[in-house]
Design a protein around this ligand. Structure first.
Ligand code: ADP
Ligand code: MG
Length: 580
């Protein structure tokens, strides 16, 4: 219990000061909520006293008490407002801080991380998880700290008025606290399960939504629903289990408080009848006894909050790939692989790969599918770290760079283009957000996409569907080339950038690419002979090894993979031409 509270307070970090000020306001707000009732009860008591012929009553008192009640109510809301202003804003600030921190952290982990941590996990932490904290975290510590602080003051007052009554109050609060500990124990034991169920649900939903096109085209709605409905049911079962698990203890906690309230009211009556308390005091005391524990009642489930905290800590503890990186300005842009071994998991994908790419030359990588071509490109951009050997750009080992400072030098165009759910403009300017309108349009023209963009309903301000779904493959490809042209990085990596493009688009994209690559260090993965044969160097990859290296002229003379590859390609391209 205390640990949970401590964790939430620590989570507040730089906002702790605001949090504490919030507690003070919260404290006053609770008191000012109770005071009007006490004033009213006291006044009524005095009226009754007068009616019974007891003490004389000054009529002006009614006016005074009315005014003071109004003032007290007003102050109560003022304090409540101030509390909300201090405490509730913190949770929004904190949650934003954490969301950005996670975003930043994800940019800097190895892509291998996403193989181990499901995307659903991350999504769940950033959205639902942090939302839970936003809603429940602050309220939890406010009720806990504020609640017990109030109780302490009330206890001291009671001790002054009647030590017996204070004993009742302590007993009530003590018993309720024991049950709270039980609730908390239950919550802690269920926290990991609860957060796992939440993550699984997000992951299943995400997977379901992603797979919908395939599901529809194969008419397999039932099978794909199964995973999602399973996750929904699990989440429901676990939430119910948590809820049912802590309900008895929670009821006992509330019962202890209510019983103490009744006992206190009884005690007030007893003291009044015994003549130890005046009638107004007795009435005030009796009314008050029902409100005194109000601050302690809402403390209940913390399982979800704890689960989220665990999740967040795990995410923040992710290893940054560039922890020791520096910002290195490069003077030359040659790339050297020396004896590189690499595997995504236990299986080695690249074996003893060594080559050198001179700056401002073009290199084509060819080889069968699955031989490791894309992997080589991913290593250049340091999406992953090598297992053995080293990769140097401009003489610097990649591990010396921060991710940002390395990627500044590299533009990549992939076969599977990902466009953000944003305007065309922002998608093109992604690599260079400060680009002028003229620069952007020039890049779009070079990438042969200006015309079709202008034909879109809102031109450059048209919002592209998620993943680029509202554009054709060729159009998406050309936008991604415009993005790369605008970024104007000295190293350009083209991974099958034209492989899935229809012949009408192909020459447009070829033009776009030649305008992108002028004067740059280029690495191309392609199948077209025309693209490959002009390269300054060709690397032939097979099963993760470089099996041949040279120019087209050199390699074509050798008996080997390359010549077989060219023969097959020529036949395929010949067929294509003959078939037209
Ligand atoms: P290519 O681009 O030449 O077709 P890749 O470099 O994509 O080949 O893949 C090389 C090998 O690495 C393949 O056997 C593939 O299954 C494996 N591989 C590729 N990406 C991953 C990944 N993210 N996780 C695990 N294995 C991968
Ligand atoms: Mg590939």
């Amino acid at each position: 219990m205390f640990k949970t509270i401590k964790r939430i307070i620590n989570w507040c970090g730089e906002f702790k000061g605001k949090l504490y000020i919030g507690f003070v306001f919260s404290f006053f707000s609770t008191w000012f909520a109770a005071l009007p009732i006490m004033v009213a009860a006291y006044t009524v008591g005095m009226l009754i006293e007068e009616a019974r012929g007891g003490a004389a009553f000054d009529r002006k008192w009614i006016g005074y008490s009315f005014v003071s009640i109004v003032v007290l109510v007003f102050l109560r809301f003022l304090f409540d407002y101030m509390r909300a202003k201090y405490q509730e804003t913190i949770s929004y600030e904190l949650v934003t801080r954490d969301r950005l921190a996670i975003g930043e952290a994800l940019k800097r982990v190895s892509l291998g991380y996403f193989g181990q941590v499901n995307t659903g996990n991350i999504l769940n932490s950033i959205t639902t998880g942090l939302h839970t904290l936003e809603n429940m975290g602050m309220r939890m510590i406010d009720t806990f700290i504020g609640g017990y602080l109030n109780f302490l003051v009330i206890f001291l007052c009671l001790l002054y008025i009647s030590p017996k009554a204070s004993l009742i109050a302590v007993a009530g609060a003590g018993i309720s606290f024991l049950f709270l500990l039980l609730v908390s124990k239950h919550s802690i034991s269920y926290a990991p399960v609860a957060s796992k169920a939440g993550r699984d649900l997000t992951a299943a939903t995400l997977e379901y939504a992603r797979g919908l096109p395939v599901v529809k085209s194969f008419g397999q709605g039932g099978a794909s629903m199964a995973a999602m409905s399973g996750a929904c049911r699990d989440s429901r079962d676990i939430c119910l289990k948590i809820e049912w698990g802590y309900t008895p203890a929670n009821c006992m906690h509330l019962l202890a408080l209510k019983a103490a309230s009744i006992a206190l009211a009884g005690c007030a009556c007893y003291l009044g009848l015994a003549g130890e308390l005046s009638l107004p005091m007795m009435l005030m005391f009796a009314f008050f006894s029902f409100g005194i524990f109000a601050g302690l009642e809402p403390i209940s489930d913390s399982a979800h909050v704890l689960g989220v905290m665990d999740q967040l800590e795990a995410l923040k503890a992710s290893n940054y790939i560039d922890q020791e990186g520096r910002d290195i300005p490069l003077k030359r842009y040659d790339i050297r692989f020396s004896h590189v071994d690499f595997g995504y998991d236990e299986r080695t994908v690249l074996k003893d790969v060594s080559f050198h790419i001179q700056e401002k030359t073009s290199t084509a990588i060819v080889g069968p599918s699955g031989s490791g071509k894309t992997t080589i490109c991913s290593l250049i951009a340091r999406f992953y770290d090598v297992n053995r050997g080293e990769i140097r750009i401009g003489g610097h080992d990649l591990r010396e760079f921060t991710c940002d400072s390395l990627l500044k030098n590299i533009s990549m165009v992939f076969q599977n283009v990902y466009l953000f759910h944003d305007t065309v403009r922002n998608n093109i300017c992604f690599g260079r957000p400060d680009a002028t309108e003229a620069d952007m349009i020039e890049a779009a023209k070079k990438a042969c996409c200006h015309e079709f963009i202008m034909a879109l309903p809102e031109g450059y301000d048209t919002v592209i569907g998620e993943g680029g779904s509202s554009l054709s493959g060729g159009e998406k490809q050309r936008i991604s080339i415009a993005r790369a042209i605008l970024k104007d990085a000295p190293i350009v990596i083209l991974d099958e950038a034209t492989a899935s493009i229809d012949p009408e688009n192909e020459h447009l994209i070829q033009n776009a690419i030649s305008s992108l690559t002028r004067g740059k260090t280029i690495i191309t993965i392609a199948h077209r002979i025309a693209t490959i044969e002009n390269a300054d160097q060709i690397l032939v990859v097979d099963e993760g090894r470089i099996v041949q290296k040279g120019t087209h002229q050199e390699l074509i003379k050798e008996e080997g993979r390359y010549r077989r590859f060219v023969e097959t390609r020529e036949r395929a391209e010949g067929w294509k031409i003959a078939g037209r």
